[in-house]
Design a protein around this ligand. Structure first.
Ligand code: ARG
Length: 387
């Protein structure tokens, strides 16, 4: 199944009516208990889970199962270069929250727990979806994202990737400042409260103003980026149980901001402006003005985060860490599913060790999936629901 705008990721068909698959539950539990001997023997637990599934169509994870399952899902995320630290994921068990207000305040707590300098990887796991029942969700693709306002001239102020959601929240009554870096409100949808908008408090949003180590004019561009990437619309599936609301964060690799968010022609598209300021010859591609501007933009991003004391890694270091992760996992006898097109950094790919090899692409679970419907909601398209 191909989701427009996303490469052909294997999207697990999720039958929302179906009870938990006992085979998948067993497979997960056996792995979980083998990897964590301190949890004791798995057989008695399997008997309980089988009975729970037979009686209710689902089962309830213990706190340890939830925590290890979430870490396994990160370990299995084939597009993530940052998996060396999968064991360090902080798992916040938020399964009891029901109302939109509760969820909102726990999302604010999530961002506080992630930190604002020395960032920690954190996941908040909210209630699982019960077969055939509606569930709570967040429309936004990340907890912190900048609005994109389409102008009449057909241009966009802000992040064009968020233009659809921005239009949707404006339709719901939100008014942004109309500037290039306005943080969007959270759109929280629950069975009990319907769709509600919430503005994040300033203390939950750490941002870094961008400056360049050598060029004073760079600050005049008025660029900034948020410290924490926190994906909020992927479904976490563990042992056949689906958690549609399980936002997670790590820290940024510089190129995500400098070589994609601020550089892509369909995002902030800043390379022409930066090349002009650098007085580069943009009359021909062969002057490599784009590449030269790209390097300076990425130097600015890494420099600014370092100056602000906000954790960020560069693509050389993160590539070496991923190679270490491959060695660790090989020693542990586990395969590492990886998607070359996502693992290789978007600049200077061939300078990094991750470029010079092939990877196995496998759909291992526990896993994170982006459902079509979640992707549509993040574009502000509630009517293109798939089921
Ligand atoms: N690339 C996405 C962004 O720029 C974030 C994806 C997750 N990244 C991470 N370092 N955990 O916003």
């Amino acid at each position: 199944m191909i989701v427009p705008g996303y490469r052909d990721q294997p999207v697990e068909p999720w039958d929302r009516e179906a009870p938990v698959d006992p085979g998948e539950a067993e497979d997960f539990l056996r792995r979980c208990y083998t990897e964590n001997p301190r949890l004791g023997p798995v057989e008695p637990r399997l008997a309980i889970v089988r009975a729970q599934i037979a009686a209710t169509g689902s089962y309830v994870h213990t706190t340890e199962e939830l925590a290890h399952g979430a870490r396994m899902a990160w370990r299995n995320a084939s597009r993530c270069i940052g998996r060396l630290y999968w064991r360090s994921l902080v798992v916040l068990d938020r399964r009891r929250a029901r109302t939109a207000d509760e969820i909102y305040s726990l999302l604010v707590q999530h961002l506080r727990a992630a930190g604002d300098g020395a960032l920690r990887p954190v996941i908040s796991v909210f209630a699982p979806a019960q077969p055939g029942q509606p569930f709570a969700r967040v429309w936004n693709e990340q907890l912190i994202r900048y609005a994109g306002y389409r102008t009449e001239a057909g241009e966009t102020v802000g992040d064009p990737r968020q233009a659809g959601l921005t239009e949707a929240v404006r339709g719901l009554g939100w008014r942004g400042k109309g500037e290039a870096f306005d943080v969007l409100p959270l759109v929280i949808e629950t069975p009990g409260d319907g769709i509600r908008l919430y503005e994040l408090p300033e203390r939950a949003i750490r941002e870094v103003p961008l400056t360049h180590p050598d060029h004073g004019w760079f600050a005049e561009l008025g660029l900034r980026w948020h410290a924490v990437p926190a994906i909020s619309n992927m479904r976490l599936t563990i042992g056949g149980v689906h958690y549609p609301l399980a936002p997670f964060n790590g820290w940024y690799m510089g190129t995500e901001v400098g070589a994609r968010n601020l550089a892509d022609a369909d995002r902030y598209d800043l390379l022409p402006e930066i090349a002009k300021r650098l007085e580069l010859d943009t009359s021909r591609e062969s002057t490599l003005w784009r590449d030269r501007a790209l390097v300076e933009l990425n130097r600015a991003v890494l420099h600014s985060f370092e100056l602000a004391g906000v954790k960020m890694s560069d693509h050389h270091t993160e590539s070496q860490r991923f190679m270490a992760h491959l060695r660790n996992e090989e020693r542990a006898g586990r395969p590492v599913p990886a998607d070359w097109t996502w693992i290789v950094p978007p600049m200077s790919g061939g300078l990094t060790p991750v470029f010079h090899r092939y990877y196995e692409e496998m759909d291992l679970r526990p896993a994170f999936y982006l459902d079509d419907e979640a992707a549509n909601l993040a574009q502000g398209c509630p009517f293109k629901r798939t089921r």
